[in-house]
Design a protein around this ligand. Structure first.
Ligand SMILES: *Cc1c(COP(=O)(O)O)cnc(C)c1O
Length: 429
């Protein structure tokens, strides 16, 4: 594999993009600033591989940040989208596909009896919060440092990389009034959770059950049970943001693996199969507060879009029990390959993994909270990423993100990846 890929066309597009798109991109992490290089413009992709506009081919571990659990351009998903497009792209009226998708979600996630579809995870978490506030008559929210729930004003405090202290607006333009109702505690800190509940009346506690936006930092034993217990004892709702984990880590998401049922679940990414779709859902009594069944207003011109629903439904139908076993095996092979490679080159790295997700942390021990994730060696991670990109492997360009292996990653892809990983660690050591 070449170590000096050409990037003339990406560079030319980036120069044009900088004139018309802030930072040259439509979502910040794509700019690759965190790893000290310019963005790579993609031309096309198939399976586990993406090809950039200069013709360089990479084994992709971003996979659109999670939706592409079957890899890129899966023929059945593409066919479903094309067939849907030929019937019309949007009607602003209900379709059969939305009912099918809602039924498929409810079958997989017993805590979700009804869903409302949206176009993005951000909208879904914003709407779930509105519902929780309406249902409890309370306004305060508990969230965790380093957890990301979309760019919702009230949740942008300590929402992953580079964000500031508790309750202070983390982005200019977010009024203090919006974050005033948000209390932030450390992930895996049971005492802080108990104290926050003692000091506040919460509408809801919001958690990624397997946080993956500070890098992957799974819960310690019993932590999700503690959240369930505290919410029940104190009249608050438990909201799981399963935008990443839903239908990825297991058929029924992290709530199935961990045996903890939330009151509301926020979903996205995999349920759109690479098209814009997300949803929130829960028990019937709660969800029937949503208009027009109830009085909590929420709407969307493209919500339940036929193309997105077709992609999502086909994606879910291809995810049977053997598929999850296979994804788990692929993830474990990659995680142990990364650990072994780091070990044999004497690089201080720890890898957190759950089926379908992993993060490479440059630290002796894996972080268990946001402070731990921040303390990792981000310069070393950046150098590692640059070295992998130069060898045809495309990792998430920030240590505050997860790698997304897919069902399209074969053992040949893993071999290519681990060759590049070994060379990259050798360069770093
Ligand atoms: C990606 C993500 C969101 C936001 O979804 P968008 O579709 O990007 O708005 C929310 N929560 C989590 C856990 C996510 O990873």
């Amino acid at each position: 594999m070449s170590v000096s890929l050409t990037d003339a066309k990406s560079a030319e597009l980036y120069a044009r993009a900088l004139q018309r798109l802030p930072g040259g991109v439509n979502s910040p992490v794509r700019a690759m600033q965190a790893i000290g290089r310019d963005p790579i413009f993609i031309d096309r992709a198939d399976g586990a591989e993406i090809v950039d506009v200069d013709g360089n081919r990479y084994v992709d571990y971003v996979c659109s940040w999670g939706p592409l659990i079957h890899g890129h351009a899966h023929p059945e998903i593409v066919a479903a989208v094309v067939a849907a497009a030929h019937r019309g792209t949007s009607f602003g009226a209900p379709t059969a596909g939305e009912v099918d998708l809602a039924e498929e979600i409810a079958r997989r996630m017993p805590s979700v009896e009804m869903v409302r579809m949206t176009s993005s995870g951000t909208e879904a978490s914003m709407s779930a919060i509105r519902l929780a506030r309406a249902a409890t008559g309370r306004t305060k929210l508990l969230k965790f440092a380093g957890a990301y729930h979309g760019h919702v004003d009230g949740l942008l405090a300590e929402a992953g990389s580079g964000l500031a202290t508790a309750g202070i607006p983390a982005s200019p333009g977010v009024p203090e009034s919006a974050t005033h109702e948000t209390v932030i505690v450390g992930w895996n800190d049971g005492e802080a959770v108990a104290q926050a509940f003692a000091d506040n009346e919460f509408a809801a506690v919001l958690a990624e059950p397997y946080p993956a936006n500070m890098g992957l930092v799974p819960p310690v034993e019993g932590f999700l049970d503690l959240l369930r217990h505290q919410a029940d004892e104190n009249g608050a709702l438990l909201i799981f943001d399963e935008v990443i984990t839903g239908f990825r880590v297991a058929e029924g998401g992290a709530q199935e693996r961990e045996g903890v049922a939330p009151d509301l679940t926020v979903m996205g990414k995999v349920i759109g199969g690479g098209l814009p779709a997300a949803a929130y859902g829960g028990k019937r009594a709660l969800m029937e507060r949503i208009a027009p069944a109830g009085d909590v207003y929420q709407a969307g011109t493209l919500s339940g879009n036929p193309l997105a629903v077709a992609a999502g439904l086909t994606t879910l139908r291809l995810l049977d029990e053997p598929a999850y076993l296979r994804l788990g095996a692929i993830t474990e092979a990659l995680a142990s390959g990364l650990r072994d490679a780091a070990g044999s080159h004497g690089v201080a790295v720890s890898v957190n993994s759950v089926p379908g997700l992993l993060t490479v942390f440059f630290a002796e021990t894996a972080p268990r909270d946001y402070a731990g994730a921040r303390a990792c060696d981000h310069e070393a991670y950046a150098a590692f990423c640059r070295a992998l990109l130069a060898r045809g492997v495309y990792p998430p360009p920030s240590q505050y993100e997860a790698w997304f292996p897919s069902l399209a990653h074969t053992s040949a892809h893993l071999d290519r990846t681990l060759d590049a990983v070994n060379a990259a660690f050798a360069e770093l050591a």
